[in-house]
Design a protein around this ligand. Structure first.
Ligand code: IPM
Ligand code: MG
Length: 354
């Protein structure tokens, strides 16, 4: 299996390294992995003047799966849009047609005290946010900053979804709910935005093909509230690119730390991009304090979705549970009575548990 290893920026390299080791060690299907590393994000700009160097994009296209770290450098919002590290990731998602972004938020019982919410609220949390990844204000045209007739500058982005874009992510949502607890909550803003009115109409229509799935709809503001009030009500949330970006960070915090969360981005076939939900965290990069478990659990998703190796994925998830049960914690999930370890030691512990 050809794997493109794109560590990117900040803590990306230090979390991707153990994730790649765990991937190779956990696979059960006797597959040989060929891992090829390439720069992306700020590292792409440094190496080739582009956050998505053409050689990196080609490598990704030519791979069966991509293990991605993070994109982002300190002060990058001041850079021109095309030079921003995050733009490399966005272009890659679009170019490979990876439109469905799976972001599970699972609370490990050992981490219940690391959550900022009361244990009674987050106990048993196991939800999945399915975020559309190729449309919305992220890609809609027109966009830009330009002067109007009076000379005042105006910033414009366009929230845009076609019926077919909504339909394909809705199908993915229903299929996912069917494989889980059978509940799908579609999150929109249909009370204000036409694009979201269409979203609700199309999701409802697709839902008629899945009578066994309980479909509900929620406005995004209410969903943000409900996630803090009764998060265990949710099974699968399907939503657009922008709302999904925001809600998935919120859901992450329910689990104790965004450092724990993996994600998978898939398109029409088995090829996927796997990345921890956390960003590049330039403030802690290179200090051996980042949590590698989000990246390691992303490797598990890679085995499950792109390598058809559910047993290997289960092994990784069991190893992560084992190190948590041993009381090992990185700084972000450290609570009194547990043992604080660095990034490399945590990675080594997962390998040992495997
Ligand atoms: C994410 C990130 C990205 C996004 C950034 C880095 C462009 O926040 O994957 O959630 O907004 O999609
Ligand atoms: Mg985000």
């Amino acid at each position: 299996m050809k794997i493109a290893l794109l560590p990117g920026d900040g803590i990306g390299p230090e979390v991707t390294r153990p994730a790649a080791q765990v991937l190779v060690a956990a696979a059960t299907r006797g597959r040989a992995f060929v891992l090829t590393e390439a720069p992306i994000g700020g590292a792409g700009v440094a190496a080739a003047g582009d956050p998505l160097p053409e050689a990196t994009a080609r490598l990704a296209e030519d791979s069966d799966a991509i293990l991605f770290g993070a994109a982002g450098i300190a002060g990058d919002t001041l850079l021109p849009a095309t030079q921003r590290p995050g733009a490399g990731l966005l272009r890659l998602r679009k170019r490979l047609g990876l439109y469905a972004n799976y972001r599970p938020a699972v609370l490990y019982p050992e981490l219940i005290d690391a959550s900022s919410l009361k244990p009674g609220i987050v106990r048993g949390l196991d939800l999945m946010i399915l975020r559309e990844l190729n449309g919305d204000a992220y890609f809609g045209e027109p966009r830009g900053i330009a002067a109007d007739a009076s000379g005042e500058r105006v910033g414009v982005n366009t929230m845009r979804y076609t019926e077919s874009e909504i339909r394909r992510i809705a199908h993915a949502g229903f299929r996912l709910a069917r494989a889980r607890k059978g509940k799908l909550c579609s999150v929109d803003k249909a009370n204000v935005l036409e694009v979201m009115k269409l979203w609700r109409e199309v999701v409802t229509a697709v839902g008629r093909e899945y009578p066994d799935v309980a479909l509900s709809h929620m406005f995004v503001d209410a969903a943000a509230m409900h996630l803090l009030r009764r998060p265990t009500d949710f099974d699968v949330i399907v939503t657009g690119n922008m709302f999904g970006d925001i809600l998935s960070d919120e859901a992450a915090m329910l689990t104790g730390s965004i450092g724990m969360l993996p994600s998978a981005s898939l398109g029409a076939d088995r090829r996927g991009l796997y990345e921890p939900v956390h960003g590049s965290a330039p403030d802690i990069a290179g200090q051996d304090v980042a949590n590698p478990l989000g990246a390691i659990l992303s490797a598990a998703m890679l085995l499950r979705f792109s390598a058809d190796d559910a047993a290997g994925a289960d092994r990784i998830e069991a190893a992560v549970r084992a190190v948590l049960a041993q009381g090992l914690r990185t700084a972000d999930i450290h609570t009194p009575g547990t043992t604080r370890v660095g990034t490399a030691a945590m990675g080594a512990a997962v390998l040992a548990a495997l």
